[in-house]
Design a binder for this molecule. Structure first.
Ligand code: TXA
Ligand code: MG
Length: 327
């Protein structure tokens, strides 16, 4: 159910769950220092215990209580926090093992969403919060999607409207010799390199990570799948040449295109942004996937974005992981 700020706070104080907006996606929050509370997150999501969750704090000063913050982390936090950047740091004793799935590192970030910040400011503990979706389903970018996803089991949800960015935070591992992006997001490699004045790595392994000792266990393939079978096409043009559309299919394009009308394609066509604006595509991707899931299409078709900007990499990562088959 939708709830007031006060009721969400009460639930969190009692060791229960509440759903709060962040600037990226909605988060399923619990007291990050209470292992029983965090266990409720894993149970509700059906999340494997080997997949750690991110700790959310107000700022870098609070992060010092839970992680060893080196010079690079300090610089990045000064520059990008509060904001959509999760830092993987060596954890301190205080952090319960369930949060980090027994790893020596903790993922930590200060979200910029004002409601989330207000909540942190009136609690004494950090909030553990993964995206508020059952495991392997698409992350929610508005309150209604959360209610749809969890149904009767849904904890109180604070409705903060649609999220501003629409895809999850960048995850940067600062515990490897060279900093490495494990999940791309709005804070790109270029921005991080500029801030650190240092070349960093971008892992191209997020699609192959299935084993328990992988660096970021939740970044496995098919992490964001809608229920409706979803096919991946390499480009809009390639999609337009596909010969097997059925009238019950939905083609969800990154930008509007007349190709499909010209070719007489007889199924629904929608777009993530009329003119292919990357910020708009990021913001609308998950909500369009949710809507499509509710509408009973027999198959969805997604196309990779052909732009070369950094944000396109993050969006293509989410698009390809929503699909089960490549054409
Ligand atoms: O934008 C976001 O990051 C959102 C909002 C709610 O903050 N949260 C989010 O959490 O996307 P989640 O749990 O859905 O994704 C976090 C990812 C998972 O893939 C998890 O495996 C990885 O971060 N992760 C968390 N802690 C880690 C750690 N200590 N080591 C490696 N990977 C970690
Ligand atoms: Mg998630």
């Amino acid at each position: 159910m939708l709830s007031s700020f006060a009721l969400c706070r009460e639930h969190l104080l009692e060791g229960n769950l509440a759903v709060l907006p962040t600037e990226t996606v909605y988060g399923l929050a619990a007291n990050g220092l209470d292992k029983n509370a965090v266990e409720k997150i894993f149970n509700l999501k059906g999340r494997p215990s080997a997949n750690p969750v991110i700790l959310h704090v107000q700022n870098i000063e609070r992060a010092l209580e839970f992680a060893y913050v080196d010079e690079l982390a300090q610089k990045l936090a000064d520059h990008f926090w509060p904001g959509p950047l999760t830092l993987l740091l060596k954890k301190k004793e205080k952090v319960p093992d369930i949060v980090t799935a027994n790893l020596e590192t903790v993922g930590i970030r200060a979200p910029s969403n004002q409601i989330f910040q207000d909540m942190l400011n009136c609690l004494t503990f950090p909030l553990a919060a993964p995206s508020a979706n059952p495991s392997n389903r698409t992350s929610p970018t508005n309150a209604k999607q959360v209610l749809d996803l969890f149904g009767f089991d849904c904890p109180p949800v604070f409705d903060g409207g649609p999220t501003q960015l629409g895809i999850e935070s960048t995850i940067l591992d600062l515990t490897s010799t060279i900093p490495c992006i494990l999940r791309p997001g709005h804070i790109s490699a270029g921005l991080i390199e500029e801030c650190l004045n240092l070349k960093i790595h971008v892992s191209n392994k997020f699609h192959d990570m299935h084993s328990l000792n992988q660096k970021s266990p939740g970044t496995s393939k098919l992490h964001y799948a809608p229920k409706t079978p979803t096919l991946l096409h390499d480009s809009i043009e390639e999609c337009a040449n596909y010969k097997k559309f059925s009238s019950e299919d939905l083609i969800l394009l990154p930008a509007s295109s007349s190709l499909f009308r010209l070719k007489g394609v007889d199924c629904s066509v929608d777009y993530l942004s009329k003119n292919g604006d990357l910020n708009e595509i990021a913001r609308s991707l998950f909500s369009k996937l949710h809507e499509a899931d509710q509408s009973g299409f027999s198959c969805l078709h997604l196309c990779l974005i052909e732009q070369k900007e950094d944000l396109a990499l993050a969006i293509n990562d989410r698009i390809s992981r929503a699909c089960f088959k490549k054409f």
